[in-house]
Design a protein. Sequence first.
Length: 319
Amino acid sequence: MTLFSVEMCAGGGGQALGLEQAGFSHQAAIEIDPHCCATLRLNRPDWHVVEGNLATFHGTPYRGIDLLAGGLPCPPFSKAGKQLGTLDERNLFPEAVRLADEIRPRAIMIENVRGILDAIFEDYRRYIANELHKLGYQTIWRLLNASDFGVPQLRPRVVFVAIKKELCEYFSWPVGIQRPPTVGETLYDLMAARGWLGVDAWRTRANEIAPTIVGGSKKHGGPDLGPTRARRAWAALGVDGLGIWDESPAPDFVGLPRLTVRMVARLQGFPDQWQFAGRKTAAYRQVGNAFPPPVAQAVASQLYQVLSVRRLHQVKISL
């Protein structure tokens, strides 16, 4: 059974891809960044990509769709920022609530950083829940670790689910039990692609999962793998975190290699077939800011099961 979705703030396609893998068909993918839009069109030319501000998007034409989903901007709630919450102009939860009212989907799925669960935002979480409760939804927040779903990275993410009250009892969170591979296991073939003689020793050293990959800010220079503490963690894995390379190490390379965009994408759980539009910095930011597709797929599969079974049940009753 095909279920339909609308994707808010689709970015480079991490969550959208996970939803597709779970069985959802996107009726619209809204994104403001032109590089991200180019990526979505490059990989899925059949998707209806809407390039523009979420505040100008009207949901009425999609009323009654199965799922409204998205990865709303993280800086308003991130510990790496000032945690301004509702005072941050990038906070798009009000737009998500507006679209929920216009579309009245059967379920809602939103990803964000774990900072949104901090005590400072308790009243705001309650406000969001109350607004959606008025529309007939029950809401649930859950902190999930990407490494529990086979993603080779320390990446905690909060997933917010709102589901119609009559369906809520049938939903359960996915249980993550898949052991993630190490960085060395994940990237060995890519590091060895140009015949690097030190690749076997590097794989032995890179024997843990990666620290959290960050996308960085457009206001601050080019791509790197994070602040000083993160770069120390990368160095312990045998990776230079000060930048991103265009290609794998040469045969006679000595020292700590840097990652390529493709390597980082694999650490995020993207399939190698997924391409990123734009130059290196733009491509890296799309990858670094993404919701890992395997985690999105795991949650979306639980929603798909509830929505498809209940819809089939309703069809049988009507017959």
